[in-house]
Write a new protein. Structure first.
Length: 495
């Protein structure tokens, strides 16, 4: 049974790179029928950020990841907050001390600073010089009696190498003497990440650890811990780093912002999940657009690539457009409405068209609003674009491209064309797409136009205020005869 975990520290709202490791673990669990555990690694109390936990869970939910064990749902290996498990870590540190695999270190921060300075000046490798490792039992005892604070450090083997098989990059080897004697318990009695993480992965029966490459240097320490406890280690897979399109480290400028910021900007969770999974993973066929379910079916650790993945915001936008197009009319209506009522995105909120959209949701028939959204669905890449794109469906006060209208003036046929249409629209209740097409043909002929475009462009302009948009006969059918008649009459003099 595969058991994987996402083990975030609540030190901030998860960014793209971080949530990607959650996704890989989730996909492996769903692929194999295993379990996906969420464990909150909140042992660094000083770095904890208020609201981070909510953002972590909300990010998972938004991308569609459900967890089988963890916060809110509990599970057989509770608690899933490390801050509620400190007694367990203390016991395990004690076991290591008794086995001689860890030791108490009394070095104060002043001593450590001095040590670092000395190493720097003499160009020595930095790290703890293990000076407390050889304190006699008496010295340790007298320090404790004297009330000196101490940390517990891992006693790394001083010879040989630590080797592990990484499922992404193959055999990884570290020379033991170059690995620091990692602090496992701090002087305040709280464990560090390394101890708590290994103890919990074992006790919670985690079988595979997929995490970011930045943790690879910690893995030899973890391997030594597994060996010291006599536990079999899980399979490790370190996912490649993410880079910007120019090959540099991923930064805010490149899009490395809070995962939830993408929701604010009008991206769909399904598109973001699809996009970030493909940074460093491939389904090994040429598919690029996949739902979460399809990705889970295709997922294999072997599909993770060792080379850095590239974060390309243009590709994300393209992909978002594809996912928007895949929404059913009902889902589209709900998604846009939900986006509009939730987003706090400044750029979106200041748009005047946004008020018009809100009013449309509140006051216009649902079928009409849905159809308007559907007609713009092809062209929109971000949910926030619907407000401006659909404006002319919802108000008579839409912006009008006067310059484009003026260009028709010298031809002189437009007012006659509109008059012909207005007359024919008068007694109509509704028109289908085909009826609109026939009507435009009939009036063009009556006016004696050579090219159909000489009718289509001015009509589009009169009805929508712009030169581009959805198919003319579709939008005519949706606007209906009364609205069309009014708009043609109102704008006739501009042509
Ligand atoms: N708590 C660590 C983090 O914040 C977990 C790293 C791991 O997966 O081992 O990313």
């Amino acid at each position: 049974m595969v058991r994987v975990r996402y083990a975030p520290s609540p030190t901030g709202s998860p960014h793209v790179g971080n949530i990607r490791t959650a996704l890989f673990n989730y996909l492996l669990a769903r692929k194999t029928g295993g379990q996906f555990v969420v464990r909150i690694e909140d042992t660094d109390r000083a770095r904890e950020v208020h609201g981070a936990l909510d953002d972590i869970l909300e990010s998972l939910r938004w991308l569609g990841m459900t967890w089988d064990e963890g916060p809110e749902v509990g599970g057989p290996f509770a608690p899933y907050f490390q801050s509620e498990r400190t007694e367990i870590y203390r016991e395990h540190a004690q076991m290591l001390l008794e086995a001689g695999r860890a030791y108490k270190c009394f070095c104060t921060s002043d001593v450590l600073d001095e040590m670092r300075e000395y190493q720097r000046i003499n160009k020595l490798p930095t790290g703890y010089d293990r000076r407390c490792r050889n304190l006699s039992a008496e010295q340790v005892q007298s320090n404790i009696v004297a009330g000196m604070p101490f940390v517990v450090r891992l006693a790394m083997p001083l010879e040989g190498t630590t080797v592990f098989e990484d499922a992404v990059r193959g055999k990884v080897e570290y020379e033991n003497k170059l690995v620091d004697d990692q602090v496992l318990m701090k002087s305040d009695g709280w464990p560090t990440y390394h101890l708590a993480n290994v103890v919990d992965d074992h006790l919670q029966e985690i079988t595979h650890v997929i995490r970011g490459e930045e943790w690879i240097a910690s893995t030899p320490k973890h391997m030594v811990l597994y060996e010291a406890f006599g536990w079999p280690p899980p399979v490790f897979a370190h996912a490649p780093v993410i880079k910007g399109p120019d090959g540099s480290k991923l930064s805010k400028r490149h899009g490395d912002t809070r995962c939830l910021d993408y929701r604010e900007k009008g991206f769909l969770g399904s598109a973001v999940a699809n996009f970030i999974a493909l940074i460093g993973w491939s389904p090994k066929d040429d598919r690029e657009v996949l739902s979460l379910h399809e990705m889970a079916q295709a997922f294999a650790i072997e599909g993770l690539q060792p080379s850095p993945g590239v974060f390309d915001i243009q590709k994300l936008q393209w992909m978002n457009g594809v996912h928007i197009r895949a929404l059913s009319p009902d889902d589209l209506y709900h998604t846009v409405q939900e986006f509009d009522s939730r987003t706090q995105d400044e750029e979106y909120l200041v748009q005047p068209e946004r008020e018009i959209l809100r009013k449309a949701f509140a006051e216009l028939p649902r079928g009409y609003v849905t159809q308007a959204l559907v007609l713009e669905q092809e062209r929109v890449k971000l949910l926030g674009e619907f407000a401006a794109a659909c404006e002319f469906f919802f108000t008579e006060d839409f912006s009008f491209d006067d310059a484009a209208a003026a260009k028709w003036r010298e031809k002189g046929h437009v007012p006659r064309l509109f008059d012909g249409l207005i007359t024919r629209l008068q007694d109509r209740e509704s028109l289908t797409h085909d009826e609109c097409e026939a009507l435009v043909g009939e009036v063009s002929d009556a006016v004696g136009l050579e090219k159909r475009a000489e009718a289509i462009h001015p009509i589009r302009l009169a009805l929508t205020g712009r030169t581009k948009g959805p198919g003319l006969f579709d939008l005519m059918a949706l606007l209906g005869p009364a609205r069309m008649g009014e708009r043609l009459a109102r704008t006739k003099s501009r042509f």
